[in-house]
Design a protein around this ligand. Structure first.
Ligand SMILES: Cc1cc2nc3c(=O)[nH]c(=O)nc-3n(C[C@H](O)[C@H](O)[C@H](O)COP(=O)(O)OP(=O)(O)OC[C@H]3O[C@@H](n4cnc5c(N)ncnc54)[C@H](O)[C@@H]3O)c2cc1C
Length: 453
């Protein structure tokens, strides 16, 4: 008889929790995972997947109008929001099912309900106490909506996926990737969209050129962006105005809209979990503090994913979960390298980036070379869209190593994924130059940039 009910008890069946649980079970551990809301977590239900499906939907609208330049005559297209939501829901249900099968197929016990921590080796779920040698906190994050007057009329990304009606006008608040993605989604679906951002540069954690260029492209497509702006209050509009909400900005400007969506950050999901009383140290924002092995201040308790507030991306949560499973039940002492994590933003146009921004490279490496080009792609020569592409390489002058690859343009995520491998391998500019391009593509520009700016 072993001392504990399970070797590993995971709280949260999102990206990190599912991956850790499956791998631990595969390595022979007796594993249970508790999920209170939806299998697959944020990514599958209210994150990456439904967001990308909505983004595809939004792009179709533009593609249809661009097709004219290629000789297609299309009758005025009509968009059916309930059909998109229903089809998206069907796909998510399919994925929920896939996750259930992955877990049960690996021998993981799947427990429905909210789990809380009792002590270093015990959780409580539905009035039942369950013991485990190790406990993994993988409870993710939750959107933050600031407490402005009338905030109860606003939604977050969670609700945006389930709106019963597509608003005629929408106001998105924020300057990060979720804000620009939803602005592009609403705009692409025909919604009159305004982005309100208190800062001066969108997606400010990335290379400065990306945010500036993206804002210009979005504005050219008809998105209204109000920089250095913030909401003071949101009120229900009078019925005769024909819109649902009246928004007053800090500078006194008043805007009529049907939907206000806050995308102003996310908080680690640790409230009421019982972590503090079990002795787990938390950061000020509630994130679980862990070491390089994802171990918390209580040796039997680990945490991965958004709840540790390092890099809030699904592939990172997956990698962290895998490392925990391997280090607890396998023989590897692998750690995670957080350098050169590629990422994409599914705005319109897309953004893809890996490695250091120009500013970070200057700070760390001193002398650098920057290669940059902006151009209209071949595709848009016939569409008349005027959309431009930005491509940029940041190179260490001394070693010639490519430190950063950045792009705003179609399929930027697909393109940057390959260059992320090159950066991981330490590729130099000389090796980029020696690579033959694929013609005619946008991506070939990355291997034909010759003149530093
Ligand atoms: C709108 C949006 C778009 C995104 N787009 C992308 C993208 O394009 N690419 C990308 O890489 N990342 C994207 N992300 C981020 C990505 O979704 C997260 O980084 C990822 O889901 C984190 O995984 P996780 O396992 O840490 O947490 P989650 O996936 O959030 O899973 C946590 C799970 O724990 C459950 N839970 C919480 N508390 C308890 C409890 N006490 N008991 C039982 N269960 C509990 C929750 O219900 C949830 O299912 C996006 C996020 C959002 C919000």
């Amino acid at each position: 008889m072993t001392q504990y009910d399970y070797d590993l008890f995971t709280i949260g069946a999102g990206s990190g929790g599912v991956r850790a649980s499956r791998y631990a079970a595969r390595l022979g551990a007796r594993v249970a995972v508790a999920e209170e809301r939806y299998l697959g977590g944020t990514c599958v239900n209210v994150g990456c997947i439904p967001k990308k499906l909505f983004s595809y939907a939004a792009h179709y609208g533009e593609d249809i109008s661009h097709a004219e330049g290629y000789g297609w005559r299309v009758a005025r297209p009509a968009f059916d929001w309930p059909a998109l939501v229903a089809n998206k829901n069907r796909e998510i249900e399919r994925l929920n099912d896939v996750y259930a099968k992955l877990l049960t197929g690996a021998g993981v016990a799947l427990l429905d309900g909210r789990a809380t921590l009792v002590d270093a080796h015990t959780v409580e779920l539905g009035g039942r106490r369950i013991s485990a040698r190790y406990i993994l906190i993988a409870t993710g994050g939750w959107p933050l909506v600031p407490s402005v007057s009338g905030a109860e009329h606003a939604i977050s990304s969670n609700e945006a996926f389930h709106l019963s009606q597509l608003p005629r006008r929408a106001l998105v608040v924020g300057g990060g990737y979720i804000a620009v993605e939803f602005t592009s989604i609403f705009h692409g679906l025909g919604v009159d969209t305004t982005l309100v951002y208190r800062g001066e540069r969108l997606i400010k954690e990335f290379d400065a050129d990306l945010g500036v260029f993206l804002a210009g492209q979005m504005q050219n497509k008809g998105v209204r962006i109000l920089f250095r702006s913030n909401i003071k209050c949101i009120e229900r509009a009078a019925p005769e105005t024909g819109c649902a909400l009246q928004v007053t900005l800090a500078d006194g400007m008043s805007l009529a809209t049907d939907c206000v969506m806050y995308a102003t950050g996310r908080a680690p999901n640790t409230r009421g979990l019982g972590l503090e009383s079990a002795g787990v140290n938390l950061a000020e924002n509630g994130a679980v503090l862990v070491d390089a092995n994802f171990q918390s201040s209580v040796p039997s308790i680990y945490a991965v994913g958004d709840v540790i507030d390092r890099v809030l991306l699904t592939p990172v949560a997956l990698a962290e979960g895998m490392i925990v499973a391997e280090s607890l039940f396998g023989d590897s002492g692998r750690s995670l390298d957080y350098e050169n994590i590629p990422t994409a933003i599914f705005s319109n146009p897309n953004v893809g980036t890996v490695g250091m921004s120009e500013a970070k490279a200057r700070e760390r490496h001193g002398e650098i070379d920057v290669f940059r080009t902006t151009f209209g792609s071949l595709r848009h020569q016939l569409t008349g869209s005027g959309e431009k592409v930005l491509m940029k390489l940041v190179v260490d002058k001394k070693t010639e190593r490519v430190l950063g690859v950045h792009m705003v343009g179609p399929d930027a995520g697909e393109i940057i994924q390959g260059f992320a491998v090159a950066l991981k391998c330490g590729a130099t500019k000389r090796q980029f130059d020696a690579t033959i391009g694929i013609h005619p593509t946008i991506a070939e520009e990355f291997v034909t940039l010759r003149e530093a700016v």
